[in-house]
Ligand binder design. Structure first.
Ligand code: ACM
Length: 263
């Protein structure tokens, strides 16, 4: 049994310092958790006015201020954190999520499926779909609009993810319906940490959600306020992939029949 959950908040576009202050107080409220998921682009905000603004709010995954902040909090609170951030790597930006733990940086994921104006700022992710073994559990990461594509949830499942962490800035109103269903199909725990609020013309939907391996919603946050939610997850459930006595989520697949997917 582990304790895991999400932080929902309303990042301020262009004010990383304020966002770290807000997150610091919210992370303190998650003390005792093993794993906490924080929304997409939590350092910078989402709806940049220009490429210049996007670049001015980006930072390195190795020694940027936001990543150092996350590592310090993870050490102080003895927990693992998955947090979305605007990553600068040489001259390119990625919509990334960092995984840090009590001993520092573990890894990162770069968003594969870009949404709307994100194409103006970010490169498509180039790190594939890693699953990270934290010792007590295995986690995969998807970022926001990635949710639309069942293939990526499945790949993380096949790679052994117990928990799929999903930092988000959701705009379309129905992701929260789909996320538990992916959990039902793949027998994973899914944690969507969403933001709320409005940035220029874009409104985000809040209602962060954590669901279990039977597709049940454990908790949905409100649509327009900060929230920290942590709960117990029994990982025996994500490791048992049996559907019936004779059927299994992983071993009943017929990859040879799915070759059209790669066209
Ligand atoms: C989104 O992918 N942030 C909608």
């Amino acid at each position: 049994m582990i304790r895991a959950g999400f932080i929902q908040f309303n990042p301020e576009l262009g004010d990383p310092k304020k966002n770290m202050e807000s997150l610091s107080a919210l992370l303190d409220k998650s003390a005792g958790a093993n794993l906490v998921v924080i929304p997409e682009l939590a350092n910078s905000g989402y709806n940049y006015e220009s490429k210049e603004q996007a670049f001015s709010l980006a930072e390195s995954a190795d020694n940027g201020e936001f990543v150092r902040f996350l590592s310090n909090k993870a050490r102080q609170l003895n927990l693992f954190i998955v947090a979305g951030f605007n990553e600068l790597d040489r001259s390119k930006l990625y919509n990334s999520a960092m995984l840090v733990g009590p001993n520092g940086i573990i890894g990162k994921y770069r968003k594969l499926h870009l949404f709307m104006n994100e194409f103006d700022f970010f490169e498509r992710g180039n790190l594939g779909l890693p699953v990270f073994d934290l010792g007590f559990c295995k986690v995969g990461i998807l970022i926001c609009f990635d949710w639309v594509f069942p293939e990526v949830w499945r790949i993380l499942t096949i790679k052994g993810a117990d928990i799929i962490c999903h930092p988000s800035n959701l705009v379309l109103p129905y992701a929260q319906q789909a996320v538990p269903v992916y959990g039902l199909i793949n027998k994973t725990f899914n944690i969507t940490a969403n933001r709320y609020g409005t940035e220029r013309e874009v409104t985000f939907s809040g209602r962060s959600i954590i669901s279990d391996t039977e597709g049940k919603t454990i908790h949905t946050a409100v649509k327009d306020a900060d929230e920290v939610f942590i709960t117990n997850l029994d990982l025996d459930k994500s490791r048992n992939k049996m559907i019936t006595l004779r059927n299994n989520v992983i071993t009943d697949r017929l990859p040879g029949e799915y070759l059209d997917l790669t066209k």
